[in-house]
Design a protein around this ligand. Structure first.
Ligand SMILES: Cc1cc2nc3c(=O)[nH]c(=O)nc-3n(C[C@H](O)[C@H](O)[C@H](O)COP(=O)(O)O)c2cc1C
Length: 365
């Protein structure tokens, strides 16, 4: 695929400006699909408000020599703890689509998760970054299929084309109806049965048995995405999950689900470092990233901001979004007295007193 490097429109210097510009550029139906939320948007707003209500207690006079955002995840080095979240149908945002996002993530030495509902074949995305020895990890997100042999075939395809892990999304057995424009294809999805009512979707939904089977039989490590309850995190770990993503799908499934920043510390406590923990939902700044790490995450996934960057300048725009977040993280680390991510601990987070707790409740409702 031939890709032209597009320049960034003038006047975009932060994520809010990326969002504003993308909203002006995308047609309203595409914006509604790509950046919308389920129901009344309660969870989507709660995700953002919860990060805002967490506050940092900076440490002073610490040595900042060798300031560095590098990290390790499942044995892979990354320039920062940033991962492009699985986002379906990126063709809707820009012709560079998922290949553009993968190239941008690779250039920034960040991670990339390809959605099974991508508009590009998974092999084409892997091929685009295969030769880049400095790129971050490349994972394939998948939904459970009623037919185990289809799951196994997809996992084999992923491994053969260079994906390093499977991300099983478990929070969207039943998704609220987004209407996609005609002509969009999902080359990595099985042909959908004609109409699927709630009962048949529920009957085909995976359970812990399926997760256990997948972890035991997949040719790649299995990461479970979409956990909020600490007991579910423990259970997923016991089934063999290699990592867990605290996520509510960016508020696109159950409207009214708890904010991820609220549940992250409880899940972290339950897992006690047994497997790496990731989080997403409403992360919009370097300080949000730092808070997530201080609350127990090893890395964070970024959803809608990737769409904004892609809309505004294709691969170049996604790289800009990832770079802004990394630079902001670096500045926040310096301001908090952390020269590297190993120095980021829970004591960076301000204790919640009664008045802050009531303010937090007010802002998330
Ligand atoms: C347009 C769009 C499509 C998405 N498609 C998928 C998907 O195919 N699979 C999946 O696991 N999550 C999907 N997600 C959820 C993201 O992976 C991620 O959990 C969420 O966007 C994070 O929240 P944020 O957008 O507030 O950063 C999608 C999100 C958006 C915005």
């Amino acid at each position: 695929m031939k890709m032209e490097v597009q320049s960034l429109p003038a006047g975009i210097a932060n994520l809010a400006q990326h969002e504003q510009r993308a909203r002006e550029t995308l047609d309203p139906a595409a914006w509604a699909y790509l950046c919308g939320a389920a129901g009344r948007g309660i969870t989507e707003r709660a995700n953002r408000a919860a990060w805002e209500s967490v506050t940092l207690v900076p440490r002073v006079l610490a040595s900042l020599e060798g300031l560095d955002t590098r990290t390790q995840l499942l044995g892979r080095a990354m320039a920062s703890p940033l991962i492009a979240a699985p986002v379906a149908f990126q063709q809707l945002a820009h012709r560079d689509a998922e290949v553009g996002t993968a190239l941008a993530a690779a250039a920034q030495e960040a991670g990339m998760v390809l959605s099974q509902q991508a508009s590009t074949p998974l092999e084409a995305v892997a091929d685009a970054v295969a030769a880049d020895s400095r790129r971050g990890p490349l994972w394939l997100q998948m939904y459970w299929q009623a037919d185990r042999s289809a799951v196994a075939a997809l996992a084999d395809r992923a491994r053969a084309s260079g994906y390093e892990a499977l991300v099983l999304t478990v929070d969207s057995t039943v998704r609220s109806g987004f209407h996609l424009p005609a002509g969009l294809v999902a080359p990595n999805m099985p042909a959908a049965p004609a109409a699927q009512d709630l009962r048949s979707l529920c009957a085909a939904a995976p359970t812990w048995h399926e997760l256990e089977w997948l972890c035991a039989n997949a040719p790649l490590p299995v990461i479970v995405k979409g956990i909020l309850h600490p007991d579910d995190a423990r259970h997923a770990r016991a089934c063999g999950a290699a990592a867990i993503v605290v996520s509510n799908h960016g508020g696109r499934t159950l409207d009214g689900a708890a904010a991820t920043a609220t549940m992250l510390p409880r899940v972290a406590e339950a897992l006690d470092g047994a497997v790496p923990l990731l989080v997403d939902g409403g992360i919009r700044s370097g300080t949000d990233v730092l808070k997530a790490l201080a609350l127990g995450a090893r890395a964070v996934m970024i959803g809608r901001p990737i769409v904004w960057g892609l809309t505004n300048a294709g691969a170049r725009g996604v790289a800009h979004v990832l770079r802004l977040l990394r630079d902001e993280l670096e500045i926040a680390m310096a301001q908090c007295g952390c020269a590297n991510l190993a120095r980021v601990h829970g004591d960076l987070i301000a204790p919640i007193d009664a008045s802050a707790q009531s303010l937090r409740n007010e802002r998330t409702t």
